[in-house]
Design a protein around this ligand. Structure first.
Ligand code: GLA
Length: 638
């Protein structure tokens, strides 16, 4: 905003005309952002009432970015004016092929506790509940004098003397996401009016470092999905990248999407910002492409010499064009040309789905739980990794997606299960889906209220088990689990005495008769993992956190029983993440090395296809793309 107007009503478009003209002449398409993410200093000086307020009452000042209240009518007015100016000037420019609303909505300002936010929260609650009785009942306010008699008594969950009400916290998270959706809708309306036919998007943050917005409803607000992803260096980084890319693809309902930002090498905001090794730049880009990304964009073009991001990597680094990174960017550009036919193709859904539910994550990150010995997303990525070990493709989906599509549907720690979701799961299982869930799933409804009568609440009948007490474990403690061959492994974090309540429930793993189990209060020989046959499918309950090895084995057994066979040929199983996009007459397989080492296998031949990029073998930091004609004898796609 500031670069376009150094003062109110003093517009300067010359520099942007110049850039847009130069890009157009060079044949480069433009996704033009509306520039509203960062208000200029004159605006916050004139209208300090647009600045957000934290939950302890501090003002978030100008000097960084995203210092605006999502619900401020004053900010909204200025944001729409700059959007209008841009759309009027460039809305019909042939090089402008997409609009990009704001930037990373809610990156720094998702939770605002200002008076604007408080008023808007009350309005949002009024629309959701209709009357105060319903709100009091849903939140369970007959507790610590939290009962409300007037809407004006309700606050956002600001710092209080003890824990905030869990229903209030959950609703505030939902409201905060919706407030940003309103902003998105307001800018989008201006763009649609003044720049008809040019698609509108905004960059989501489905990545390990962002956790505050549930995007599952946002897909309907944009013309196409785009995402920003920054690699989390370290062990498991490729699994995390693929997990995020797959979750983005599910938001796009398997249609193609844009990778709006990632990094050519290091970022500047971790404690140690490691650089990518040669090859990893292309590997990461191709992995996103394999999961549906049509555009592979970077933050940023040229590394700056000043400002808070001066040590962030770029396409043109500080060293200039005579640099490894620049050469790899150019090489990637050439390889992407060879993949032209992939653009626009949809992702081919997998046979295995993993449910990633932001609302459960919201609650599991809250306070006053039986344990905080877990990190929900990390635990989901661990399950995803163990499924990848089996050589199967996995879709990371959200509860709005089609659950019944999957032969094997895995939903660890699915804490919030409204009755409508329980019914959809029941329906999927009866019709042939094999569901696997865990401890602390099905416990609460959409208000975070606990279902009474025994755990796992809403899923109790479907699973055919009942638990009357949680037994979380201290980090140093473990319990012992025995499989059907009598092999014993350690498990941790949580355990339970599970009662089987139906006769068609098989016990797949038991708690062993050991001192550790006795100390944890666990009955020797009790069920640890159960599986109930239901209709055409089954429902499995895992009552403890299994070790990696035990989890891999269990998932292998369950996949087999669900009729899911590995998508990858034997030597590639566990070594690569596979993603498939379906073109006319051919499938495009992207295989990304999970980094264990170089493989001695002709990847294209093993899939019965032709190598388009990379290879012929899969090296440690590589991804390859193989075109497999659909009628090829070796074609493995269903
Ligand atoms: C975000 C922002 C970019 C930049 C990068 C740095 O994704 O959208 O403007 O700050 O982070 O990693």
């Amino acid at each position: 905003m500031g670069a376009l107007a150094a003062r109110e009503d003093e517009w300067d478009f010359d520099w942007l005309d110049d850039i847009i003209g130069r890009l157009a002449t060079a044949g480069i398409d433009i996704d033009l952002a509306t520039s509203t993410a960062s208000p200029p200093a004159w605006l916050t000086r004139k209208h300090p009432e647009i600045l957000p307020i934290t939950r302890v009452g501090e003002v978030v000042n100008q000097g960084g970015r995203q210092h605006w209240r999502p619900t401020s009518p004053v900010f909204r007015r200025y944001a729409l004016e700059v959007t209008r100016q841009l759309a009027t000037r460039y809305g019909r420019h042939p090089a402008v092929v997409a609009w990009h609303v704001n930037n990373e909505l809610g990156g720094a300002n998702v939770f605002d506790h200002s008076d604007d936010a408080t008023a808007a929260f009350r309005e949002w609650l009024r629309r959701r509940y209709g009357d105060l009785d319903a709100l009091n009942k849903s939140w369970g306010t007959a507790f610590w004098s939290q009962h409300y008699s007037e809407w004006s008594e309700i606050l956002t969950p600001v710092r209080a003397g003890a824990q905030n009400n869990p229903g209030q916290v959950l609703d505030f998270r939902r409201f905060s996401g919706d407030a940003l959706r309103d902003h998105l809708a307001a800018e989008t309306a201006v763009l649609r009016e003044l720049s008809p036919g040019v698609p509108v998007t905004t960059n989501f943050m489905v990545a390990a470092n962002y956790k505050d917005i549930d995007y599952s409803a946002w897909a309907e607000d944009v013309d196409f999905i785009s995402n920003d992803h920054y690699l989390m260096p370290g062990e498991g980084m490729i699994d995390e990248l693929a997990f995020s890319a797959s979750a983005t693809s599910a938001l796009a309902d398997h249609r193609s999407w844009w990778l709006m930002e990632h990094a050519t090498s290091a970022v500047n905001w971790r404690r140690v910002n490691t650089a990518k090794r040669p090859g990893q730049l292309e590997r990461d880009a191709l992995t996103h492409l394999g999961h549906g990304a049509d555009a592979i964009c970077y933050f940023q073009w040229r590394a700056s010499d000043a400002g808070g991001e001066r040590f962030h990597s770029a396409m043109v680094p500080h060293a200039g064009r005579n640099s490894r990174v620049y050469r790899e960017v150019v090489a990637l550009g050439e390889d992407l040309r060879a993949l032209r036919d992939v653009a626009g193709t949809a992702s081919l859904p997998a046979g295995v789905g993993l449910v990633f539910d932001y609302e459960s994550w919201f609650v599991l990150r809250g306070d006053s739980l039986p344990s905080s010995g877990w990190e929900y997303r990390e635990e989901l990525v661990r399950w995803y990794s163990r499924l990848l070990d089996l050589g199967v493709r996995v879709d990371v989906i959200n509860p709005r997606n089609d659950l019944g599509h999957y032969d094997l549907l895995v939903a660890p720690l699915l804490h919030l299960v409204p009755l409508s979701l329980a019914a959809r799961l029941q329906d999927a299982v009866e019709n042939g889906t094999h569901l696997v869930t865990t401890y602390f799933s099905g416990i609460a409804d959409e208000h975070a209220r606990v279902y009474l009568g025994g755990y796992p609440g809403a899923l109790r009948d479907l699973l055919g088990v009942r638990v009357d007490e949680f037994r979380p474990l201290l980090p140093v403690d473990t319990v012992d689990i025995t499989d059907r061959e009598g092999k014993t492994t350690h498990a941790g974090t949580w355990c339970e005495n599970v009662s089987v309540t139906c006769d068609n429930v098989a016990v797949l793993r038991s708690y062993a008769a050991t001192d550790a189990n006795a100390l944890a209060g666990i009955e020797a020989g009790g069920a640890a993992v159960t599986r109930r046959q239901v209709g055409e499918g089954s429902a499995t309950y895992v009552s403890t956190k299994l070790s990696d090895e035990a989890l891999r084995e269990l998932l292998g057994e369950l996949a087999h029983a669900a009729g899911v066979s590995p998508d990858l040929p034997e030597p590639l199983r566990g070594e690569a993440v596979a993603a498939v996009r379906r073109g006319e007459g051919a499938d495009y397989w992207t295989l990304t090395s999970r980094g264990h080492g170089d493989l001695d296998i002709d990847v294209a031949a093993s899939l019965g296809g032709e190598l388009l990029v990379g290879g012929p073998r899969l090296s440690r930091d590589e991804a390859v793309v193989v075109k497999v004609p659909r009628d090829a004898p070796g074609s493995r796609a269903r």
